[in-house]
Structure formats: C-alpha cells, structure tokens
Write a protein that binds this ligand. Structure first.
Ligand SMILES: *[C@@H]1O[C@H](CO)[C@@H](O)[C@H](O)[C@H]1NC(C)=O
Length: 235
C-alpha cells in the first residue's frame, strides 16, 4: 500500500509535466512541482530501475537526486517503464529535469545518454549496449525553487539521436535515459568522449557493455534516469 501510494505520487509528479511539453520553445521555467508529493519519488525511480534490472545490468546502484523526463509529444513521454511505439519516437525528445528535494540542487553541467541494453533482443544482447544518443547540457538553474521543472536548453550532441528501431521478433527493448554530472561537480561545459561505434558503445567483445564504462572513463556519475519499452509491430 505504501509503495502504491508513493508510486501514485511519482506518477502524478511525472504527469504534471505532460501539458508543458508542447510549449518547449517558450519560458524556461515551466512550472513548480508540489514539494509534498515529491518526497520519495527519487527512491521510486530507483525501485523501478531495479525491477526492470536496469540496476545493476546497465548502471550500478544509485539513488537519483534529480528527476528526468524525455518527451516526444504530449502523449509520448518516459514514465518509468511505459511502452511506446517506435513510430512516435522519430525525433529527439525534449528533456525536462526537476529537483524534487527540499533544498537547492547543486548547479552542475549535465550529460544525457540514451542506451539500449537489449540489442538485438533482451534474450540475446550480443550487440548490447547500443548507443542511441549522447548530448551535453549547460547547468540548469535548479537552485532557486524547490521542485521546479526545467526544459534542458542548448543541448549539444556528442552522438546524434538515433530513434529506437527494434528489429522484428525481438520483443520489448528497454530504452534507458540517464543524466550524469561530472564527479567533480563542475559547472564548466563538459566534453565527454565520443564512442567509436554505437554497437557496444565502441567497446570490444562482451555483451552488455556501454554507458557505465563510458561514464566511468569520462569521470561522470549518474544523477537521474527514466526509461520506456518499445518493440517492433512484428512479433
Ligand atoms: C571535472 O571533470 C570533468 C569531467 O571529467 C573534466 O572535464 C574537468 O576538467 C574537471 N574539472 C576540474 C576542475 O577538475
């Protein structure tokens, strides 16, 4: 029951973001979350990452300090494991970040990554992970209001967005968004390395290597995550 309540609150917080997404081009400060409902939401994010085995398959255990949402349209947003259609994911999504804590968030430059650990399928991840996107973002101004949600601006692609395109008969793929900051917490614009290939994030050999190793090599630590499932119509 307690879990359901917290989940409901988390969903409410994330759903609050829905109406603003279409208006991405205007004011940067889009709305304030209700701080009462935000307690516990970051641990709900962690719980969902564990349930979907994103922790520990993709990333080591961590407790998020920020909330992240990707929004392709008013109807198509990451909601911690909802299923969306590849046809609705063609263009790079708007990215929204929120600080759910009662205190100010430390101002730090962000790096956003999108990875598929289920390439070509979750049962046979021999190309995994597949890198779909890496972008840097200047430090968002999250320190002036509790629970404020901001569209990330002035994203700079390190690896261009490649829309999810799960092959036929490969079941549901997890598409995982991660937000990182530099471990040293710098506000300087970050210039992480560009993987040599999308498959395996350019690393040789083994299955399911990618964003964790790349983030480690670039001095990055995760602060937020969200994910969807998507599958080919032909199953
Ligand atoms: C902080 O870390 C980033 C990412 O690893 C690095 O590019 C930057 O030079 C570091 N800054 C300082 C002041 O150490």
């Amino acid at each position: 029951m307690a879990t359901m309540t917290r989940l409901a609150l988390a969903s409410t917080l994330l759903l609050l973001l829905v109406p603003v997404s279409a208006d991405a081009s205007h004011s940067q400060h889009v709305m304030s979350a209700n701080s009462r409902s935000s307690r516990g939401t970051v641990s709900d994010v962690r719980d969902e990452l564990v349930k979907a085995e994103i922790i520990p398959t993709v990333i080591d255990d961590f407790v998020p300090s920020l909330l992240l949402q990707a929004s392709w349209s008013a109807h198509d947003q990451t909601q911690l494991g909802n299923t969306l259609k590849p046809a609705d994911l063609k263009d790079a999504p708007a990215l929204i970040i929120a600080n759910p804590s009662d205190g100010p968030a430390k101002k730090a430059s962000l790096v956003i990554a999108l990875t598929d650990p289920d390439a070509p399928s979750r049962n046979d991840p021999k190309w995994s992970e597949f890198c779909h996107w890496i972008a840097t973002a200047p430090a968002p101004d999250l320190d002036d209001a509790t629970g404020e949600m901001l569209h990330l601006r002035a994203l700079n692609d390190v690896v261009e967005y490649k829309p999810p395109a799960p092959p036929e008969k490969t079941g549901k793929h997890r598409y995982v968004f991660l937000a990182f900051v530099a471990a040293n917490g710098t506000e300087e614009v970050l210039h992480p390395s560009k993987p040599g290939a999308r498959k395996h994030w350019g690393y040789d050999g083994d299955e399911v290597r990618g964003v964790r190793q790349w983030a480690g090599e670039n001095g990055l630590v995760p602060v937020a995550a969200n994910f969807i499932y998507a599958q080919n119509d032909q199953q």
